[in-house]
Design a protein around this ligand. Structure first.
Ligand code: IPM
Ligand code: MN
Length: 352
């Protein structure tokens, strides 16, 4: 019996989470696993009403459940940064979700802005470190608001943090068993302290995986190749900030935010899965947003829980819906409503 925390969140979050739960239900019935959900109303509305972001009482509940499915965080009436830092980043840090896993996979029938590239060429996974680097909050400001203002934002990289991230990436590459190639993405030519630590640690861990080819690329060149030769990549591992940036590029080449899913993973603890697209306030309540990213998040959640068969069923169902049904992945242009897309995926899962 899996205990799943559901955080529908803001904007279109609740609509897409409803479809993800529909598909989860279909998968559970087909495969025979059991689960129960507990829903919390974290997000912009609760913050505006009570001032609460991620209360300790809720955090304790999250810790006592197996996994988390998140819709979206972000509210037009709340200043940018408050909800992101107070809920999303707080949960990542408090639950030590040290991996941000972002598959970049072009499903059949999906339009990509890359000319002459298809599902064969666009299929890689980014392993982003998720608790350190520039996201650690280290730094400070002096003489704010004056001409002498000084702002320092430091990238914290610990040997332990880098090592566990590299190890996860090697294990993941091995399990994925595609090209068995892992590319470290860095900037060793300029960030000579941080990425020196990364590079040494990466090649040291690589020695434990003789069947995986370790590879290195600078982050700027990686952006170039993701556009020009995405087929060169199998699995990439990188720090928090670079990972944040290259996965938005990745989301675009896989067809946009309608389909981009991610997992905040603590392999030894409680993980949290989310569509990475945000709360899309202008589409809220219209039943036109694409739920496939949230459904993909549920798929990743099942994979992480060890329900590989159910995850594979969902993956194939998504491929059928993109390949045979949808006109576009964009909100309002799919040819179907949000709930109809959820129905179709659930029906394909039930068919097997
Ligand atoms: C992401 C988002 C977050 C991040 C924001 C909302 C804090 O962009 O999950 O990639 O920067 O990590
Ligand atoms: Mn991002």
């Amino acid at each position: 019996m899996y205990k799943i925390t559901v955080l529908p969140g803001d904007g279109t979050g609740p609509e897409v989470v409803a479809e993800a739960l529909k598909v989860l239900g279909a998968a559970a019935q087909k495969v025979g696993f059991k689960y129960e959900t507990t829903t919390y109303d974290l997000g912009g509305d609760r913050y505006l009403a009570t001032g609460e972001l991620l209360p300790d009482s809720v955090l304790d509940e999250l810790r006592s459940h197996d996994t988390i499915l998140l819709g979206a965080i972000g509210h037009p009436d709340v200043k940018p940064g408050i909800l992101e830092k107070g809920i999303l980043l707080s949960a990542r840090f408090a639950l030590d979700q040290y991996i941000n896993l972002r598959p970049v996979k072009l499903y059949p029938g999906v339009w990509t802005p890359l000319k002459d590239k298809g599902p064969e060429e666009i299929d890689f996974v980014v392993v982003r470190e998720n608790t350190e680097g520039l996201y650690s909050g280290a730094g400070g400001v002096l003489k704010k608001g004056t001409e002498d203002e000084v702002a320092v934002q430091e990238s914290i990289n610990t040997r332990k943090g880098v090592k566990r991230c590299c190890r996860y990436a090697f294990d993941y590459t091995k399990k994925r068993n595609r090209e068995r190639k892992l590319t470290l993405v860095g900037k060793t030519n300029v960030l000579t302290y941080a990425f020196d630590l990364w590079e040494r640690t990466f090649y040291e861990v690589a020695r434990e995986y003789p069947d995986i080819t370790p590879d290195y690329a600078h982050v700027d060149a990686t952006c170039m190749w993701m556009v020009k030769n995405p087929e060169w990549f199998d699995v990439l591992v990188t720090d928090n900030m670079f990972g944040d940036i290259i996965t938005d590029l990745g989301a675009m080449i896989q067809g946009g935010m309608g389909i981009a899913a991610g997992g905040n993973i603590n392999p030894e603890g409680v993980s949290m899965f989310e569509p990475i697209g945000g709360s899309a306030p202008k589409y809220t309540g219209m039943n036109i947003i694409n739920p496939l990213a949230a459904i993909g998040a549920a798929q990743m959640m099942l994979e992480t829980l060890g329900e590989q068969h159910a995850a594979d069923l969902i993956d194939r169902a998504i491929a059928k819906v993109t390949g045979e049904k949808l006109k576009s992945l964009a909100a309002g242009k799919m040819g179907y409503s949000t709930s109809e897309v959820g129905d179709m995926v659930a029906a394909f899962v039930a068919e097997g």
